[in-house]
Design a protein around this ligand. Sequence first.
Ligand code: PA5
Length: 317
Amino acid sequence: MNPWVMLEEFPMQIRGANIESLNIEIYKGIAFSGMGGSGIVGDLAKTLLEKHNIHVPVVSLRGYSLPPYVEEGWLVFCISYSGNTEETLSVAQSALERNIKPVCISSGGRLAELAQKENLPHFSLPEGYPPRYALGHMLSLVLSLLGIKNTLESCSSFLKEKKEAIKEEAKKIAHYFEGYIPVVYATQLLESVAFRWKTQINENAKTLCYTAVLPELHHNEVVGLDNPITRNVCSFLLMFDPEDHPRVIKRVQITEELLRDFGVAPRVIKAEGESFLQRILYLVHLGDWVSLYLSELYKYDPLPVKTIDIIKNKLSV
Ligand code: PA5
């Protein structure tokens, strides 16, 4: 499939799934397990649940193990687009060992087989996508299961309305990033979004990128700006949400001033949209387009992820 066509499709992927929501109130906590393009689903869901004032702990796991505090009574999601990611399969096994029946989400693979064998709930994803291009499908499914699906239609319409403006903005940001290491500074509310920007720039534009989060970055990262040799190879983008803590918004302004004092003109982006979910999706979609335009500027095919494949092959022997 063509990546440009798949990305155009993202707003259409955002829609409530025709499934019954889980009663999340009854669980002691919620854990999401997934890696890469599937792992981001857990990060975004955690961000949204916390903004919706969930009263139990929510963790997004990127690795082989369940932390010791995840026990019977927790809701565990195992999300792997291919269904073959060994870290996520390992978490599914650990959950079973703790008498937890994980909710499995994949387009097939060994996760689907495990779900069938162990009689676990399994939700199928449409086949044929690279994982990161199926984000809308995966996120819509998870949010529907979590009972956050009412606003998905309005988010989809919002993204469709904004499509041309998002693409125009993305082109400008890609030009701004070209030739530099993109550095994405985000507020804590947008940490998961900034991570999606990083990973999309890595995978689509085959380019290094890093992120840091406010307010934490005011306690370390800023000192690293002193060195012009490393500072001058970076281009800086700041993103914030209008509902960020007022002190954090003040910190965004201070960071912008600080960068200007260092002779750097950062790009500052305020999330657009009425609801938090709209704003998160707006920024995710903007970052996805940035990564595609950047791949075009660098003349890379966005689709292959050769190095990831090499590592997976090495691990499979
Ligand atoms: O974009 C990618 O291909 C990767 O980041 C994968 O998502 C990651 O390796 C995990 O694979 P999967 O999503 O199939 O579990």
